[in-house]
Design a protein around this ligand. Structure first.
Ligand code: NG1
Ligand code: ZN
Length: 537
């Protein structure tokens, strides 16, 4: 049975702070790092139970708060195929994290065990990784204490990007099977990506430099490691904001979230040599998001800045993959998945080419919707996304007999792309390489890529409200059903502007409500966004 004695003793070293309510949401459990100790200990307990439930398959735990400030932290559970934790466990994580006494903790664990009929005596295996935050060391110790109390087999993966941890989880669970995803080592990760990349760019001539803003996070050491596997003629990286030890630097004035939200270059670019036409990109703090950008004129002029965000990556990937599928002569359906935050013009562009679906915010929704296609391209506008090739699509690509040399070439490219793309979750490094491959193969610079469609002017506002739980949505979060009457008021306001769209939803990761607005005319954007925010507050 449950090792109650051991858990009780260990739990005393990780007391829950009083008066705090935790919630396991789209980003796992995330808040200020200094109140997360008990939660990490308990997630250790739950991680072990999740592994036991799945017959000892390896579960992942990632300690990170992604793009959030350095003083924040969080912990996320990764299921055996490298996916997000099964949703039915989330409320249990919340309940267990909130138990106010040792007795309550044991009771909530027992409830989880009964609900999911877990054999407590089964084996458990858990791998964990963490980002560069100073708080990680202590939080990881809390996790280890939880895992140890449950007698789990523990694998310390060390400093990792979030997608690297997802990769490792999938590799551990598929090793030695026909579905083996790769070697469950750092080297295995870099080799898989670099070999596929080199295959795809070989013979395409030397590339031009790519400037990468690493957000002063874990993406910096990971990128540095990757470049050891790829000759400079194939990938010429200029890595900036790589100060992982500088206090307070993480995500500060830089990173994918900053660039996307503020629609401008990272702070301090004026001390760097950035020229019009240079290709640049930014990772977020745990390197699962990437956005690209370039300048079409002098850096000092605000209108010079051109963002190539998740929507633009989706359009580039969807176009390129569709073309390859056609050339290869295989019958595969390619589709795209977006959220309500996708720019209206990206949706319009994609819909003219491929089937497009819209899901609520959160990777788990996008990922599952993308699995419905043979090739599913999913991206959030903020740069988190990937491409999924269904098992049958992978088989079709592998086994197709090409009808021409061109078809054979397309099939080989598709085969290499299956390896290049981290199919477990969005991966800044893998997505960056994907973009580089496509641009190189089309002989495109950022301007040609940017030419697909023009973004509608858009803005996201954060609104602080007393209780965000009263905001309930439908239609993939595009409409409010509660508070009653509010949606009608938003509709009325939106109707006053040309080609406008706006929606309101409660954040799943922060204590606020987000307002999204886009308008045909840039001059009307602020009026609409502020107007909706006023209705909400
Ligand atoms: P919330 O806080 O629920 O809006 C944010 C992002 C999501 C997703 C999650 C997980 C926006 C508008 N929202 O969610 O896309 O990335 O964080 O990290 O960018
Ligand atoms: Zn992230």
């Amino acid at each position: 049975g449950l090792p109650v004695q051991l858990i009780n003793e260990a739990s005393k070293a990780h007391p829950k702070p009083e008066g705090i309510k935790f919630a396991y949401g789209t980003a796992g459990l995330r808040t200020k790092a200094n109140i997360l100790d008990s939660t990490c200990f308990r997630i250790g307990l739950i991680g072990a139970l999740r592994s036991k439930k799945l017959g000892g398959k390896t579960i992942g735990l990632m300690v990170t708060a992604s793009h959030n400030p350095e003083e924040d932290n969080g912990v996320k559970m990764v299921d055996p195929r490298g996916e997000m934790l099964e949703a039915s466990w989330e409320p249990h994580c919340t309940e267990i994290a909130n138990a106010t006494s040792e007795e309550e903790l044991i009771r909530s664990l027992q409830k989880l065990i009964t609900t999911f009929k877990i054999d407590v005596n089964a084996d458990a295996s858990v791998i964990f990784g963490y980002d560069t935050r100073p708080s990680c060391k202590e939080l990881v110790q809390a996790i280890v204490d939880g895992l140890s109390a449950m007698g789990a087999h523990i694998i310390d993966a060390g400093l990792k990007t979030t997608p690297q941890l997802h990769y490792l989880v999938k590799c551990h669970n598929t090793k030695g099977t026909p579905d083996a995803y790769g070697e469950p080592t750092d080297e295995g990760y870099y080799k898989k990506l670099s070999e596929a990349y080199i295959k795809l760019v070989a013979g395409k001539g030397p590339g031009t430099p790519l400037t990468v803003d690493c957000a002063n996070g874990v993406g910096a050491p990971a990128l540095l490691e990757l470049t050891k596997y790829i000759p400079k003629e194939h990938l010429d990286i200029r890595a900036l904001r790589t100060s992982t030890n500088a206090s307070g630097a993480l995500n500060n004035g830089c990173g994918a979230d900053y660039v996307k939200t503020n629609q401008c270059l990272p702070a301090g670019y004026d001390k760097e040599d950035v020229k019009a036409g240079d290709r640049m990109c930014s990772f977020d703090g745990d390197a699962d998001r990437v956005v690209f950008y370039y300048l079409k004129g002098p850096a000092t002029a605000k209108e010079s800045f051109r963002l190539l965000d998740g929507d633009k990556i989706a359009s580039l990937a969807a176009d390129h993959l569709s073309e390859l599928v056609k050339k290869a002569g295989v019958e595969l359906e390619l589709g795209c998945v977006q959220t309500a935050y996708a720019n209206g013009n990206s949706t319009k562009y994609l819909k003219q080419r491929v089937p497009v679906t819209c899901t609520p915010t959160g990777v788990k929704y996008l990922h599952h919707a993308a699995e419905k296609f043979d090739i599913g391209v999913y991206f959030e506008a903020n740069g988190h996304g990937t491409v999924l090739f269904s098992p049958s699509a992978q088989k079709a690509i592998k086994e197709a007999s090409p009808s021409s040399p061109a078809a054979q070439d397309a099939l080989e490219q598709l085969g290499a792309l299956i390896d290049l793309i981290n199919q477990t979750v969005g991966d800044a490094i893998s997505d960056m390489l994907l973009v580089e491959v496509i641009l190189r193969s089309r002989q495109w610079g950022p301007t040609e890529w940017d030419g697909a469609y023009e973004d509608l002017p858009n803005k996201i506002l954060k609104v602080n409200v007393k209780d965000r739980s009263i905001f309930k949505t439908e239609d993939a979060e595009r409409r409010l059903v509660s508070p009653e009457g509010l949606q009608a008021k938003i509709d009325e306001l939106v109707g006053k502007y040309k080609d406008a769209r706006a929606f309101v939803r409660p954040s799943g990761t922060e204590d606020c409500v987000r307002v999204y607005a886009e308008t045909g005319l840039a001059s009307e954007l602020s009026a609409l966004a502020n107007g909706v925010a006023k209705l909400v507050a």
